[in-house]
Design a binder for this molecule. Structure first.
Ligand SMILES: Nc1ncnc2c1ncn2[C@@H]1O[C@H](COP(=O)(O)OP(=O)(O)OP(=O)(O)O)[C@@H](O)[C@H]1O
Length: 328
């Protein structure tokens, strides 16, 4: 059964078309990942589906209700975890949760029981009477996540749920996402982390510049690359020189070269004999090969193949742009 049906959703902010005619469906019980670089339009898509912002055009049904015509019905059925969520620093974990539970219209006794239950689920019971202002980012995020579950919604939206968290908390949050899903909830998750989308999602929509450029299971997305007979090779070159990326990319059979470290490149290519090709290329330039490996394609490779650029490229460019603006 479909629990989300987005039809031609678009959102324009003045000259920026943040979301461009996006359509997709999410089935009940799925973990559905929206994967894309910073600024791709993931948060804006989630904000429209959770009724926080109105689409410029198009619409969506969430739990059977139209996001534009019946927003309060939609809000009853969903939970949202976003980085913009506010917790009150001078209230304890329990007081924060009770405050939001009461806002949701729960009676005191039921609210208390539910808060304790949820605190226990994320291993935060012992911190229930501590002020949230004293919590680490990871502890706050656990409270944020359970806050969205207070009214027991069947559809949960998580916008970059592990952003800025330490590895241990990241693991806890990911396990928790699997747990709430295994209890029958549908999860819609945005992330710019390929491995996170890969390990959690039943299906993934890859978003770039506001458009969905691919939508399938992680396995099928990766198979797409395999079946295209593209090869992905990692090559260690101890005496690397900076020009080889450009030189290699000038060949028709080379799709993309990316740097993995100062001494290692990853190359996606479609040549008759890729290893012979690369060995010949490097030996002509007196470059040595320390190791060469064929690698199973990852979602990163799928993204590169589809867009012709790395997800990180854009993030680096964006960071540089922000820094330049800050210093100008
Ligand atoms: N309120 C707003 N006003 C103007 N532009 C906006 C607004 N919200 C988002 N944008 C722009 O819309 C585009 C998509 O942003 P969005 O936040 O949806 O991307 P994202 O994929 O979630 O990335 P990020 O992780 O960086 O938030 C970006 O170019 C962003 O600058």
């Amino acid at each position: 059964m479909k629990v989300i049906e987005a039809k031609g959703l678009s959102k324009r902010f003045k000259e920026v078309l943040a979301v461009d005619n996006v359509s997709f469906e999410v089935q009940e019980g799925e973990i559905f990942g929206l994967l894309g670089p910073n600024g791709a339009g993931k948060s804006t898509t989630i904000r429209m589906l959770t009724t926080l912002t109105r689409p410029t055009s198009g619409t969506a049904l969430v739990a059977g209700y139209d996001i534009s015509k019946e927003p309060s019905r939609v809000r009853e059925k969903i939970g949202l975890v976003s980085e913009k969520t506010i917790l009150y620093d001078r209230l304890t974990a329990m007081e924060n949760l009770m405050f939001f539970a009461r806002l949701n219209g729960m009676d005191k006794k039921r609210a208390r029981k539910r808060c304790l239950e949820l605190l226990e689920m994320v291993d935060m019971l012992k911190w229930k009477d501590t002020m949230v202002g004293k919590f680490s980012t990871g502890m706050r995020q656990r409270i944020n996540v359970i806050r969205a579950l207070l009214h027991d919604p069947k559809i949960i939206f998580l916008d970059e749920p592990t952003l800025g968290l330490d590895p241990q908390t990241t693991r806890t949050i990911r396990e928790f996402i699997r747990k709430i899903n295994s209890e029958g909830r549908t999860v819609i998750l945005t992330t710019h982390i390929m491995t996170e989308a890969d390990m959690l999602s039943d299906r993934i929509a890859i978003i770039d510049h506001g458009k969905i450029i691919a939508l399938d299971t992680p396995k099928n997305l990766k198979r797409m690359l395999k079946e295209s007979s593209d090869e992905v090779l990692d090559i260690e070159i101890p005496n690397m020189n900076g020009k080889i990326t450009e030189e290699l990319e000038a060949f028709d059979c080379v799709r993309k070269v990316s740097s993995r470290s100062p001494e290692e490149i990853r190359i996606i290519m479609n040549c008759d004999n890729p290893v012979a090709f690369i060995t010949d290329f490097l030996s002509k330039r007196s470059l040595h090969i320390r190791a060469i490996r064929t690698v199973e394609p990852t979602l990163e490779d799928v993204f590169i193949k589809l867009t012709g650029h790395e997800m990180r490229d854009q993030e680096v460019k964006k960071a540089r742009f922000v820094r330049r603006r800050m210093h100008s």
